[in-house]
Design a protein around this ligand. Structure first.
Ligand code: PEP
Ligand code: MG
Length: 754
């Protein structure tokens, strides 16, 4: 009988519409509505509760319960089943409602004789405005279709509640956000960290008042003026001290080039010639672009399109004289910006000392605004669906970039807990700063080398704050991804030179270009692949395009002239690939020598171990390398055959599985015997518990993100390696899926600080 439900709902809706449009006061209409629903849904009771000030749900109309209870029965949000529906903003359908732990019996209603209950929230503008309930005497099992029908009816009722006829509008408008329910939105981590503040939605809706122009020349001139204004704003930006260096500067330089893009400007000029005003022409070209954008699946091309869209928006603001639709710097002191997307320039429109976080409905970690946010240390959660709709202006919002979540209107407890966590984090930072110059030596005297991972020039500042021993992994691809074209040898040399200068003599391990998979360069057409993680990526690309590799190696050799150069090749799956890569390096050294360029004092060559097959050639590999670094992110991906980017399965296997640890232990032993230093540079090395396990299986070098140096060093200094090693050894043959709990218990019992 499933097919009957929609027609019931349609019939009911038609009748409801008649009642709503009919005569009588709002309460009289509501009485009729509950009567209709009860009859239509064959329920003995139908009641409507409306949310009043102070988070109280008041019975406003009922069919079946005692009429004298109307306006008397009141429940707090969270109290009883009705309160529970409101608190969680989700439906409940219970055949035996009275046995539910939240059932709260209200004697004045006479509801004790009804056994089953189905209720749905009445939601308006993302907030609960009331609850609609039906009850039956029998133990009735309500179907999903019946729940849907009741939800549809609740939508109609929401309009009546919002009209202000039942409850004064002032009661409906949240004064301080308390009347709204907390919401947790999930997204993607675009930049880590936690920020707490007040929501400032960024709506870019510009109304074009004049569409048709008389004088195309005048419109062209207006367009030129607007473009000049944007360019000079960009020029001013480039003058700022924080723009001196770094990839965010590259991002904005690329953006500036768009202001001169001939194709795009040509299309706008053509639209102006056809008789449109400058703003209408920009809008038209942008609309065409958006239509095309919806068909483009490649994220990088989409991002470039976003930059154009952002530019179009800026032009429209200038042309419509609405330069500052969001009040610019008139921001609350702790601001969380909420936007569909943002262009690379946008963050600079605001006083970034007031920005605590950013929530975007779209976005990817490599999008330009994410790179800029990273430079400004602003936490960002992207791909936050319906963020603009679900977050109201001035809501309290917590942007938890670390866990890719946004907490909207959090309860006081949650807010306090996060504020405490932010404060604790600052305190811990101070503790870590004090540890900075102390050695990473365990309680039983084992030294651990703590290195740092970096990928942007701005990461280098952590090298000094954290006291890391050097850079164990410099991901060279990030600057390539921030630019609009392949950087030439001179640009690369300049960058690597600066990195080495900033390292002030500490070792820096440069990993050669590791693109492909999920890291695609905007200027290289991505190659369609079914399995990009297993596809044409990393060393496979650079061995196939040796000039790219040669230019990078040339730049590295030049930057390190007279100094020490460490080069590491990524994604090596077999020794033959390493031999080939080394040969290219030797060729390049010869080339430089022949050209009379000074060379580094010492060149050390290493490989990433990310593909398990390479470990099975360890005897052939060891004599060819000066060091090996385990990329545990990719290694886990390939050991468990689990896509690291697929949230559905990426958490399915634990790197603390006995199999993974046994693999690394074996590797550590073989490297130790062969006299080749082994490090681990994937994310697991930066988590204290995982780092403890790695040290216990014999790893003595860890390369971790800058902020993880302090926590890992604290762990190291509280660890007894011999005890951890003995404990873990007994567990490596265990059939358990993960040793996490046991390792945690060990840490607690042995005073290891995690
Ligand atoms: C790894 O795979 O663990 C690694 C360090 O490389 P990336 O995360 O850059 O692929
Ligand atoms: Mg990798």
């Amino acid at each position: 009988m499933q097919a009957a439900a929609p027609s019931v709902s349609r019939r009911l809706l038609a009748r409801l519409r008649d009642v709503m449009a009919g005569s009588g006061t709002a309460e009289e209409r509501l009485d009729k509505v509950v009567h209709l629903i009860a009859a239509d849904m064959v329920a003995e009771v139908c009641s409507c509760y409306v949310l009043r000030a102070g988070e109280v749900l008041e019975l406003f109309a009922t069919e079946g319960l005692k009429k004298s209870a109307v306006h008397k029965t009141r429940l707090r949000v969270g109290e009883g089943l009705v309160g529970d529906i409101a608190a969680h903003a989700r439906p409940l359908a219970l055949a035996d409602a009275q046995s539910h732990p939240n059932f709260a019996y209200r004697p004045e209603t006479g509801e004790e004789i009804y056994h089953s209950l189905m209720g749905v929230p009445i939601i308006r503008g993302g907030r609960v405005a009331g609850v609609l309930v039906v009850q039956n005497r029998t133990m009735r099992h309500y179907s999903d279709e019946e729940i849907e029908t009741l939800e549809t009816v609740a939508m109609v009722l929401a309009e009546l509640v919002a009209s202000g006829e039942l409850v004064a509008l002032e009661e409906l408008v949240p004064v301080d956000g308390n009347a709204l329910l907390p919401v947790r939105l999930e997204g993607a981590r675009l930049n880590g960290g936690v920020g707490i503040g007040v929501a400032v939605p960024l709506h870019r809706r510009i109304t074009i008042r004049r569409l048709v122009a008389e004088d195309p020349e005048a419109e062209q001139a207006r367009l030129r003026t607007a473009l000049t204004a944007i360019k000079s704003a960009l020029d001013e930006l480039f003058e700022r001290p924080e723009m001196r260096d770094g990839e965010h500067r590259d991002v904005l330089e690329t953006y500036r080039m768009f202001t001169e893009d001939k194709g795009w400007l040509g299309r706008i000029a053509e639209a102006i010639r056809s008789g449109l005003t400058a703003e209408a022409a920009v809008q038209k070209v942008n609309d065409d672009m958006r239509a095309r954008m919806s068909q483009i699946t490649d994220p990088y091309l989409r991002e470039r399109m976003h930059d154009f869209e952002d530019l179009a928006n800026r032009l429209l603001q200038h042309l419509s004289g609405d330069d500052d639709p969001n009040g610019g710097n008139d921001l609350p002191d702790d601001t969380i910006l909420i936007a569909r997307t943002m262009g690379p320039m946008d963050l600079f429109d605001y006083d970034h000392r007031k920005l605590r976080g950013l929530v975007l409905e779209e976005g990817s970690p490599t999008m330009h605004v994410a790179i800029v946010a990273r430079a400004l240390d602003i936490p960002v959660v992207g791909r936050c669906k319906d963020g603009l709709e679900r977050i109201e202006p001035f809501d309290t919002v917590i942007v938890d970039g670390d866990n890719a979540q946004v907490l909207v209107r959090p309860s006081e407890d949650i807010r306090d807990a996060f504020a405490e966590a932010v404060a604790q984090r600052q305190l811990r930072r101070a503790d870590y700063a004090r540890l900075k110059d102390l050695p990473a030596v365990t309680r039983d005297g084992v030294g651990v080398q703590l290195l740092m991972n970096a990928g942007l020039l701005l990461d280098m500042q952590h090298l000094h704050d954290s006291g890391a021993d050097g850079i164990g992994l410099y991901r060279t691809e990030l600057p390539f991804m921030a630019r609009s074209s392949l950087p030439d040898v001179a640009a690369q040399t300049h960058l690597y030179h600066k990195i080495l200068d900033q390292a002030e003599g500490r070792p820096v391990t440069f990993r050669t270009l590791d693109v492909g998979g999920d890291k695609i360069l905007p200027y290289w057409n991505p190659y369609e692949e079914d399995n990009p993680a297993l596809g044409w990526r990393s060393i496979r690309i650079t061995l196939d395009r040796p000039m790219v590799m040669r230019h990078q190696l040339r730049a590295l050799l030049r930057a390190a002239a007279g100094r020490h150069l460490r080069v590491m090749f990524p994604m090596i799956a077999e020794v033959a690939e390493l031999v080939q890569a080394r040969r290219i390096l030797d060729l390049e050294i010869e080339h430089e020598r022949a050209a009379g360029h000074p060379l580094p004092d010492l060149v050390e060559v290493g490989t990433m171990l990310e593909v398990p097959a390479l470990a099975f050639q360890i005897d052939a590999l060891l004599p060819l390398v000066d060091f090996i670094s385990v990329g545990s992110n990719d290694l886990a991906q390939f050991l468990f055959a689990v896509d690291r980017g697929n949230p559905r399965i990426s958490e399915r296997y634990d790197p603390l599985a006995p199999g993974m640890l046994a693999f690394i232990k074996n590797l550590a032993e073989r490297c130790d015997a062969g006299g080749v230093p082994l490090s681990v540079c994937g994310e697991m090395a930066g988590r204290p518990l995982e780092a403890m396990a790695l040290i216990a299986v014999g790893v003595r070098r860890l390369s971790v993100a800058g902020p993880s140096i302090g926590p890992v060093k604290t762990m190291v200094r509280s660890l007894n390696v011999a005890a951890a090693n003995a404990y873990l050894d007994g567990l490596l043959k265990s059939p358990d899926r993960s040793l996490r709990d046991k390792l945690k218990a060990f840490a607690i019992d042995h005073g290891v600080v995690l």
